[in-house]
Write a protein that binds this ligand. Structure first.
Ligand code: KG4
Ligand code: ZN
Length: 338
């Protein structure tokens, strides 16, 4: 089954064609990151306009690259939530029009389910049940993936997402948007023990976490140094920050492995590219005899291939939509009735 998949929830316009949920025939992306960089973050209005400009050309490009004709496409999938509402709407309207014009089923996909499904592309042998640490710009969750479309949220951030904190701290340090990757690179040369930053303590739900305290502590440290004219060791501050984020995430993942008895842990989302988090998860899992699934960096960030992968399983579960499909800025990953 060839699925034409569309992703436009933030600052990447993407169209992919994925066969049977696992084989990526093409993955076309038009990134707007450079455009938003001068504003230090995504400007929603600009994002929506750029999606409109890019999406038709990307779909043509996807067909041209694969040599497929429209009649070879069996269904159209799209990220329908969550994201910047104007941006998500562009993809949803395009996908509805394409499905209608080609008389093919329309498959709505939750963006975070898509991130999880990036692992199906990278690891053809991976099947649920498994645990997944989702760490993106807008979400931080530990999820039990019981089946392709049946999930339980074990824990979530109570405030900021990990990616948001990376971007905010990166911005204050003068790094280009989005700060996560630059901060990760700088951290490679630093000493993580140099600065002491807080870790979120387990609360009533031991899987829940918080990042706003860490973000504020890092920002206060930077502003204080500026005020008193103290020169910061930026690489070491970045390394200390990456360590604090990882120390908040990894013990909860270990606990989830121990308590559920599930020895397969996947990582998903843009922050899954972080080298410290990748290393710490690998080390912890090795000690527990658990299998770790880390998508390649190209599949950690937003892309349409992951949407096409999840769409296949949504289709098999009967989760298709009609022309009444709407876009949503926020929506739970648990997929209430559409
Ligand atoms: O999943 P994603 O591409 O978009 C959302 O769905 O939010 O995640 C983007 C986030 C940004 O916050 C970005 O700074 C972060 O992923 N990110 C990283 C790294 N690469 C991207 N954070 C830490 N380390 C990285 N290497
Ligand atoms: Zn994303």
């Amino acid at each position: 089954m060839n699925i034409l998949a569309v992703e436009s929830s933030c600052d990447e316009t993407a169209v992919a064609i994925v066969r049977d949920g696992r084989e990526v025939l093409c993955d076309c992306i038009a990134s707007q990151v450079a455009l938003h960089r001068e504003y230090g973050g995504v400007v929603p209005e600009i994002a929506s306009r750029k999606h409109i400009e890019a999406i038709y050309g990307l779909a043509d490009q996807a067909l041209a690259q694969t040599g497929l004709k429209r009649s070879d496409i069996d269904a159209v999938a799209v990220t329908y939530a969550p994201g910047l509402i104007g941006a998500v709407l562009v993809g949803v309207n395009f996908a509805k029009a394409a499905a209608l014009a080609m008389s093919k089923p329309l498959i709505p996909v939750h963006h975070i389910r898509g991130h999880i499904a990036a692992n199906y592309i990278a690891y053809p042998e991976l099947k649920p049940p498994f645990l997944c640490l989702v760490v993106s710009g807008g979400h931080t969750m530990i999820i039990e993936v019981k089946d392709y479309t049946d999930m339980t949220i074990l824990g979530t951030t109570l405030d900021d997402a990990a990616g948001e904190c990376f971007d905010k701290v990166g911005r204050v340090l003068g790094m280009p948007y989005p700060g996560g990757a630059a901060l990760d690179r700088a951290a490679q040369q630093g000493d993580a023990s140099k600065y002491s930053l807080p870790r979120s303590k387990p609360g009533e739900n031991p899987y829940n976490m918080s990042f706003s305290g860490l973000k504020t502590a890092a920002l206060n440290l930077i502003h204080h140094a500026e005020q008193v004219g103290e020169e910061l060791d930026i690489p070491s501050l970045c390394a200390s920050f990456c360590e604090a984020v990882s120390d908040t995430l990894v013990p909860r993942v270990i606990r989830a492995i121990q308590e559920t008895g599930c020895k397969k842990i996947a990582v998903a989302g843009g922050v899954a590219a972080n080298s410290r988090i990748r290393k710490d998860i690998l080390d912890a899992a090795r000690d527990l005899g658990a299998e770790v699934y880390l998508p390649p960096l190209s599949l950690c960030g937003d892309n349409a291939a992951m949407i096409g992968a999840q769409a296949y399983y949504e289709y098999l579960a009967g989760n298709t939509a009609d022309m009444g499909l709407n876009a949503y800025a926020t929506k739970s990953i648990l997929g209430e009735a559409l």
